[in-house]
Design a protein around this ligand. Structure first.
Ligand code: SF4
Ligand code: SF4
Length: 195
């Protein structure tokens, strides 16, 4: 009986010491330190609050957060949209009638993007689009706090081509295709006439 009472008392004291340890640790605020600091994950002890948004924790460089696209380097190959498992990348491409420039890695650009949208509300941050991109122009940034009041505002538009400009470029392409077709027919007719 005496032993049981001692055991009960010891157990209660252990439980209380744990409770008090957490109680006092909860007053400790998390410090803003670099992810490369050895103590980064030790910060998980105690209360992990910081004065956000006045203070922000640095995030790992390899983290998966907000996507960004450097359109100057995009060759509008559509690979990112094709591999996206949730179809949240929408691209409307228009073939140019001639080369329209070069990316920073020297790849020739031959396609216009009339539309390049990423719906981050649907994105599951798998990162596949960043892996397949041949010019590495679609990347995960370190931005994670893109809160919005309306869901539609999570659709990011990376291109601002006016509909009339897009229509003009489509017309130019159609004209070029029609000219090529006419030249091909003329060549065939000439060949048949010579035969
Ligand atoms: S990270 Fe994944 S889900 Fe998000 S846009 Fe890229 S491929 Fe799609
Ligand atoms: S994979 Fe890269 S280059 Fe191709 S359309 Fe997507 S962002 Fe542009």
């Amino acid at each position: 009986m005496y032993k049981k009472a001692i055991n009960g008392f010891t157990t209660a004291m252990k439980g209380m010491s744990l409770t008090f340890r957490h109680l006092f640790a909860s007053n400790a605020k998390r410090k803003v330190i670099s992810v490369s600091d050895d103590n980064y994950f030790k910060q998980l002890e105690g209360t992990n609050t910081i004065q956000y948004p006045h203070q922000k924790l640095p995030v790992p460089e390899v983290g998966r957060y907000q996507l960004d696209v450097e359109m100057d380097d995009c060759i509008v190959c559509d690979l990112c949209a094709k591999i996206c498992p949730v179809d949240c990348i929408t691209i409307d491409s228009i073939k140019a009638t001639e080369a329209i420039g070069q990316t920073s890695d020297g790849t020739t650009k031959r396609i216009y993007a009339a539309k390049f949208d990423i719906d981050m509300a649907k994105c599951m941050y798998c990162g596949l689009c960043t892996i397949v991109c041949p010019t590495e122009c679609i990347v995960m940034t370190n931005q994670y706090d893109k809160s919005v009041f309306e869901l539609k505002n999570l659709n990011y538009e990376f291109v601002d081509m006016a509909p009339e400009v897009a229509a003009e470029k489509r017309q130019l392409l159609e004209n070029q295709l029609a000219e090529r077709q006419a030249a091909k027919l003329a060549a065939m007719n000439k060949k048949e006439g010579d035969a």
